[in-house]
Design a protein around this ligand. Structure first.
Ligand code: ATP
Ligand code: MG
Length: 429
């Protein structure tokens, strides 16, 4: 036997057994995005590396350490996308969608980061993301937080915490950055190696450190709130009041930062205590400088990205109700005459009942072994078709999930009877 090839470390198959979880999440998210008037955009999985260097930032972990980059056969440097915003902005500029126009977009798909794989952290993972362009906020920032809250609510997820902060403008941040630089320089020997490396390039990112030994030092660092100008302060006040008016709980976390210049004002993150160390399920904020950074005319923008695997894990941990993806009915059949009629009969059932999920047994075997498969499939009904039934154009319907009696109906009457037995389950997903 030749050697088996395994999947790549950190890149997982999503198996049919996880389908109900993923489909419930996808369907709910799509409905929520539509409920706020957002339109889907589908973007390539690969872009020029330069897009991410400029769009995500050269001094981020994502670009410094995590990009999957290679030369294509024409010698151009390509990367698998590590996130969706850079591509969305690129597409918006390229198609002239952002010029004097507002756009509210959403996307979903796989993202790639060369990270250390662990629970809740893959190398291929998926994100839902939304972006609004051309709107300065804070009303749209509030709306996006409300969207994320509604998505969690509609999924039935509870116990998430919302943290928010403001990053001010690049100018305000520059002043703050100097103050931070002075503070951390004065405590240089208490910084870990990573933070020492960040000190001159991007001291704000030291605030983002997950090293517990640095927690105290970071807690005592100067706060950006003290460096805000009047407009940024008013924007942040509007954000807080808007969220409060909707009854959404939040805390202000002055240490919640993004290191890059094109981030402005609003940042937020949804956190959970149910997933261990990988506790962020959604993060978002305003990036008014990015469109110009990528060559478009200055356009305000704001958005969020949500980790599909982490939200799915949370749904599983909390046992939220999932869509039923099992077949409604499993058709068992024996006898040459009967089996010859099965394909056409199954098609006419599907014609008559468009929502019906009907799995037709294949591969022969006794009624007994076929019934075992029917049970295992999760179907509510077994449809039984043998030579007796074939001879008089009937079908036996046997409920599998309750103890109602098996009944024999004419083929003509079967769709109506099946629909009645399935009830809501036929139309519900
Ligand atoms: P973390 O701090 O956990 O690394 P991040 O700040 O890198 O997250 P973002 O780039 O803001 O994350 O992405 C938004 C969301 O995508 C995160 O909140 C998380 O739910 C999810 N996510 C990010 N990286 C991964 C990954 N490697 N595996 C699974 N989900 C991820
Ligand atoms: Mg990360």
């Amino acid at each position: 036997m030749s050697q088996r090839i395994q999947s790549i470390r950190g890149m997982h198959d999503v198996l049919p057994s996880e389908n109900a979880l993923w489909r419930t999440l996808e369907r709910t998210a799509e409905a929520v995005f539509a409920a706020y008037g957002y339109e889907q955009i589908r973007l390539p999985i690969m872009e020029r590396t330069a897009l991410f260097e400029r769009g995500v930032g050269e001094v981020t972990d994502i670009v410094e350490k995590e990009l999957y980059t290679f030369e294509d056969r024409g010698g151009e440097l390509m990367s698998l996308r590590p996130e969706g915003t850079a591509g969305a902005v690129r597409a918006g500029i390229q198609h002239g969608m952002l010029h004097n126009a507002t756009q509210r977009l959403w996307y979903v798909g796989p993202m790639f980061r060369y990270e250390r794989p662990q629970k809740g952290r893959q190398r291929q993972f998926h994100q839902f993301g939304i972006e609004a362009f051309g709107l300065t906020g804070p009303d749209v920032d509030v709306e996006q937080i409300a969207m994320s809250a509604r998505l969690f609510k509609n999924l039935g997820i509870t116990g998430l915490r919302l943290e928010i902060n403001t990053l001010g403008t690049p100018e305000e941040r520059a002043t703050y950055r100097d103050a931070l630089h002075a503070y951390f320089s004065a405590h240089f020997d208490q910084l870990d190696a990573d933070s020492q490396h960040r000190l001159d390039r991007n001291p704000l990112r030291i605030l983002d450190s997950k090293n517990p030994d640095m927690r105290e030092l970071i807690a005592a660092a100067p706060s950006l709130t003290d460096y805000l100008g009047a407009e940024s302060a008013a924007h942040f006040k509007g954000l807080c009041e808007g969220i409060e008016a909707l009854g959404i709980d939040y805390t202000i976390n002055p240490r919640l930062v993004r290191g890059l210049d094109y981030y402005t004002r609003t940042v937020f993150e949804w956190l959970t205590d149910d997933l261990g160390a990988q506790n962020a399920v959604c993060s978002g904020g305003r990036f008014d400088g990015l469109v110009a950074e990528l060559g478009g005319s200055a356009t305000p923008a704001t958005g969020f990205a949500m980790g599909v695997e982490r939200v799915a894990a949370l749904m599983e941990a909390q046992g939220v109700a999932l869509d039923d993806m099992a077949p409604h009915a499993y058709l068992v059949h024996t006898g040459d005459q009967a089996s010859a009629k099965v394909p056409a009969m199954a098609e006419s059932l599907r014609d008559a009942l468009p929502g019906l999920r009907l799995r037709v047994h294949a591969g022969g075997g006794s009624f007994k072994s076929q019934f075992k498969k029917a049970d295992r499939s999760g179907a509510r009904l077994a449809l039984v078709f043998g030579d007796d039934e074939a001879a008089d154009d009937t079908l036996q319907i046997k409920p599998l999930t309750d103890d109602r009696d098996q009944e024999r109906v004419s083929l003509a009457a079967a769709p109506e009877r099946i629909a009645a037995l399935l009830g809501d389950a036929l139309n519900h997903r």
